[in-house]
Design a protein around this ligand. Sequence first.
Ligand SMILES: NC(=O)c1ccc[n+]([C@@H]2O[C@H](COP(=O)([O-])OP(=O)(O)OC[C@H]3O[C@@H](n4cnc5c(N)ncnc54)[C@H](O)[C@@H]3O)[C@@H](O)[C@H]2O)c1
Length: 244
Amino acid sequence: MADLTGKTIVVTGAGSGIGKATATLVAAAGATVIAADVKGAEEAANEIGGSAEGHVLDVTDARGWQGLIGDVLGRHGRIHGLANVPGIVTDVDALLTQTEEGWQRILDIDLKGAFLGMRAVAQHFIDNGGGKIVNVASTAGVIGMPNVVAYSAAKGGVIAMSRQVAVEYAAAGVRVNVIAPGVTQTNMLGDITDELLGAVKAATPTGEVASAEDQANAIVFLLGTGSDKITGQVLPIDGGWTAQ
Ligand SMILES: NC(=O)c1ccc[n+]([C@@H]2O[C@H](COP(=O)([O-])OP(=O)(O)OC[C@H]3O[C@@H](n4cnc5c(N)ncnc54)[C@H](O)[C@@H]3O)[C@@H](O)[C@H]2O)c1
């Protein structure tokens, strides 16, 4: 477990799933966690307890980002890390069924949200010797998969954008890395059938599906000092799915 004692870390998508598990582990590692989400943030912060703070944030809202980061800096003086976790998928996301509105909604939350988050903290990181950013993509951003045309575009965009920002600000001490989860047991799976889950496990080299905590562990590592020499990288946490 990374030691994040004395750090202030912002985690978005903290109301559920991977974001909530990340906020929980960030707090357990000693940091003050700012748990932000469009819903469930206060509840998550209350569950985590200690110094955890819940904030309502729609990651597609640039002014909301400004307000959150300004507020946290006003009270804590420093932000050391940001995990951009939120994402949505829909079941109408094949090339021939996706609508322009649906495409835009997915791109806004899954890609633009991470852009706005990085932009909101970047100057503060540059002015203060650096900071850690972890963006959450998906194996759908790494390999081709059916029925996820907008989602794949967004997650591939997250990977490309993260590499760009990593390279541009590496000398300023900013580190930007990406995790690419495979199928993970969260609300995002909706009412997935046991049959489908069994098929996913059978097609996964480790024979298992990841938990939210599996993903959160990697995010916390990338937020900690143990990852200081890593930037612009993509870590698939998928039981070997993309290694096949
Ligand atoms: N669960 C999986 O199988 C899986 C696989 C690959 C990648 N991912 C990625 O992991 C990340 C987390 O997903 P999860 O599995 O924890 O899903 P989840 O549905 O449990 O959590 C997603 C969270 O994002 C929040 N959110 C949605 N729109 C938002 C907005 N506009 N502003 C702020 N917050 C918003 C939701 O309120 C929710 O709390 C996503 O980026 C997702 O694409 C998940």
